[in-house]
Design a protein around this ligand. Structure first.
Ligand SMILES: [Zn+2]
Length: 203
């Protein structure tokens, strides 16, 4: 078998391969970015490389809501004027970004770090549900807003939490149906997300 001559250097190929592993970056985009990096000055590349390395080193999870944070308690949990009677449950930290962007919510959050998916072997013990129950047992929270994605996994997770938490006497609501089925919160637009939040219903 004859091999085609390599169209580029090993270093460039390696960068393309690494970029191609990122979500939303297909082979074409990976090539474009790799050649862009090659043209870019050393200072800028250094800055990019450092940002990638430091993001893990300087970021931990908030000990209360499990959002990403540089401090032990994140800026949302330590924001005194926030409404501490409401907790909005999301799958991933980036969902908090989307909800905060709407400026329609002033309560606290809880990040599950995933969704139930029996097919992939992800059960309740793989999510940060125990931490949520511990927070609810403190007695301050009166409403729990389930803001998991509207896909199959997100709906299963919402139903599981509803059954678990309703007996505790806490009002459980779900984002309004304005969000089309299959929506991942982080990609929902501000207007749709604001409406879904304002029109939340008993679940
Ligand atoms: Zn927090």
């Amino acid at each position: 078998m004859s091999r085609e001559p390599a169209p580029t250097t090993e270093a460039v190929s390696r960068l393309i391969q690494e970029l191609n592993k990122l979500p939303g970056i297909g082979p074409k985009s990976a090539q474009r970015i790799a050649y862009h990096v090659l043209r870019t000055g050393e200072m800028e590349n250094q800055s990019l490389a450092e940002a990638i390395l430091q993001v893990k080193q300087r970021t931990k999870l908030c000990s209360v809501c499990l959002n990403v944070s540089e401090t032990d308690i994140c800026h949302i949990c330590s924001d005194e004027p926030r409404d501490r009677t409401k907790i909005c449950v999301v799958e991933q930290p980036q969902d908090i970004l989307a909800l905060e962007h709407t400026r329609k919510y002033n309560g606290l959050y809880h990040v599950l770090h995933g969704a139930l998916s029996p097919g992939e072997g992800i059960g309740p013990d793989d999510l940060r549900i125990q931490e949520l129950l511990d927070r609810l047992r403190q007695g301050t929270v009166t409403e729990l807003i389930l803001a998991t994605n509207t896909n199959l996994e997100g709906e299963q997770t919402a139903m599981y939490l509803q059954r678990l938490i309703a007996p505790l006497g806490i009002r459980v609501t779900r984002l309004a149906r304005g969000l089309p089925f299959g929506t991942e919160l982080e990609y929902a637009d501000d207007v749709t997300l604001s409406r879904a939040l304002e029109g939340r219903q008993e679940f």
